[in-house]
Ligand binder design. Structure first.
Ligand SMILES: C[S@@+](CC[C@H](N)C(=O)[O-])C[C@H]1O[C@@H](n2cnc3c(N)ncnc32)[C@H](O)[C@@H]1O
Length: 211
């Protein structure tokens, strides 16, 4: 099963590193894709809780799951400041665990969220299958991820950089994540965006609905 990499033992550092990327790339995509959600959300590989600030009031409860003790502890502390998981506040449940084997019943969540994790998990295919399994019919599976660039010069560079980048972070720059999602017959795409022309379009965001 997945190792815990050094970045996942240093949640504060992760937040600092992520801040400029949130401003340039991710923040507005999180807002766009998460702001319409309702009901019970499962946030797989929740990390330091980057998505929490974007869940609207129509989200009744968020369950976060992550294999890093440090991330879960940090997320819960940070979340309390935003009124999550406190008496009279918003419902937050947390579990220590892996996306490849979710400890939840089938068809139990209204939405499943996967942001910046399919590059890191040991087995992205198993994580997608598990996400689909726990998602209710008609529920949304939201992805904001990155993968091997679509343009070949950048793809060559990303392949060469992967071992160096992966060592501290566990993050693989060379996966074909979009193809892995697209081949699922149990989910239907309703929104898709790819971005990052200078980097060869490594980023994508998608909304899929459980059939
Ligand atoms: C790059 S961070 C993304 C965190 C957050 N989702 C975000 O959007 O900022 C990757 C997260 O995936 C978690 N992770 C690593 N392996 C995992 C696995 N097998 N299942 C679930 N989460 C995993 C790490 O602990 C880390 O918190």
């Amino acid at each position: 099963m997945t190792r815990i990499y050094s970045i996942d033992r240093q949640p504060r550092t992760y937040d600092i590193v992520l801040t400029p990327m949130e401003a340039i790339w991710f923040g507005r995509r999180r807002r766009k894709l998460l702001s319409g959600l309702k009901g019970h959300v499962l946030d797989i590989g929740s990390g330091t809780g980057a998505n929490l600030g974007y869940y609207p009031e129509t989200v009744e409860c968020v369950t976060v799951i992550d294999p890093s003790h440090d991330n879960i502890r940090y997320l819960k502390r940070k979340a309390r400041g935003g009124g999550w998981g406190v008496e009279g506040g918003r419902c937050l449940r947390s579990r220590l665990g892996f996306g490849e084997k979710l400890p939840f019943r089938s068809n139990s969540f209204d939405n499943v969220v996967s942001t910046l994790i399919l590059c890191t998990v040991e087995d992205p295919s198993a994580v997608i299958s598990e996400g689909v399994r726990v998602l209710k019919k008609g529920g949304k599976f939201i992805f904001i991820e990155h993968q091997l660039p679509r343009l070949w010069p950048q793809a060559l560079l990303f392949k060469a950089l992967t071992p160096l980048w992966r060592a501290p972070s566990g993050c693989n720059l060379n996966r074909h994540t979009e193809d892995e999602i697209r081949k699922r017959r149990e989910i239907r795409n309703s929104y898709f965006e790819r971005w990052g022309p200078v980097l060869g379009y490594p980023f994508f965001a998608g909304v899929y609905e459980r059939r």
